[in-house]
Design a protein around this ligand. Structure first.
Ligand SMILES: Nc1nc2c(ncn2[C@@H]2O[C@H](COP(=O)(O)OP(=O)(O)OP(=O)(O)O)[C@@H](O)[C@H]2O)c(=O)[nH]1
Ligand SMILES: [Mg+2]
Length: 264
């Protein structure tokens, strides 16, 4: 079973209506006017209702108030670079290899992460890399606060296409969107076609952070999403007298920790 299969089986294939920021949930089809917003006093059961609708189950136990902020992150890159697998690894901590099933249109998943004791909800949109879906995905670029742009370290073509992806991003995305370049499939060292330094050089040229990831082993997957969440959270909550969050420095410091302590 491939990652694509896993992600699509219980989810509709288009993300919610655009422009929401925070914990407003809406359901496809993506008509701009068709949205369902859950409102009501704290504790009445808004989250439980949504979980029941989305996952068909009831969340028993202690009540956790929905607090914090939310952001939209979009995964981009050529078909088969591993976008869906990266998302499945981050969301479920699993890698489902096997037959590759390409994503159709757009899919999405939510994950809440803790950033400096604040709950940050990431709504992650997994786009289809195939050319024929480009016009569908273009429509969603402008609502993403962050973009993870992937290539496959075993595919020179997917790396060469990164410049074209960045051109599209500049055309369709928000000006201040956070971009991160990821060289995925770092576990496939024997088949490597793109050197780490080439990825670093390209990222430097465009002034974006870079790291190599593996959806298979999990290396740097959590770090990539957490760095994005931290950057977005700091942009939103930063006081004028606070020092600016430096995403490059954060990634470097976390990498050093990983190298020293064997963490993923
Ligand atoms: N070894 C290895 N294989 C990977 C990794 N990530 C993905 N794959 C494999 O690469 C193939 C494509 O992965 P997907 O995640 O479905 O690719 P995608 O980028 O979502 O492709 P589209 O949906 O067509 O855009 C699958 O066969 C995966 O098993 C990785 O980190 N390491
Ligand atoms: Mg996919």
């Amino acid at each position: 079973m491939s990652c694509g299969h896993n992600l699509n089986k219980d989810h509709v294939t288009l993300p919610p209506g655009r422009g929401q920021h925070g914990f407003i949930e809406s359901f496809p089809p993506p008509s701009p006017s068709l949205q369902t917003i859950l409102v009501g006093d704290s504790g009445v059961g808004k989250t439980s209702l949504l979980v029941q609708y989305d996952q068909g189950k009831f969340l028993p136990g202690s009540f956790t108030a929905t607090v914090g902020i939310g952001f939209t992150v979009m995964l981009l890159g050529d078909s088969s670079v591993g976008k869906t697998c990266l998302l499945v690894r981050f969301k479920d901590g699993a890698f489902l290899g096997g037959n590759f099933i390409a994503t159709v249109g757009i899919d999405f998943r939510n994950k809440v992460v803790d950033v400096d004791n604040l709950k940050v909800k990431l709504q992650i949109w997994d786009t289809a890399g195939q050319e024929r879906f480009r016009s569908v995905t273009h429509a969603y670029y402008r609502d993403a606060q962050a973009l993870l742009l992937l290539y496959d370290i075993t595919s020179k073509t997917s790396f060469d296409n990164i410049r074209a992806w960045l051109t599209e991003i500049h055309e369709y995305a928000q000006k201040e969107v956070v971009i991160m370049l990821l060289g995925n499939k770092s576990d496939m060292a024997a088949e490597r076609a793109v050197k780490t330094e080439e990825g670093e050089k390209l990222a430097k040229e465009y002034g974006v952070p870079f790291m190599e990831t593996s959806a298979k082993t999990g290396v740097n997957v959590e770090l990539a999403f957490l760095a994005i969440a931290k950057e977005l959270k700091h942009r939103t909550t930063q006081q004028p007298n606070e020092p600016k969050f430096q995403i490059h420095d954060y990634i470097e410091s976390q990498r050093q920790k990983t190298a020293c302590c064997g963490l993923k």
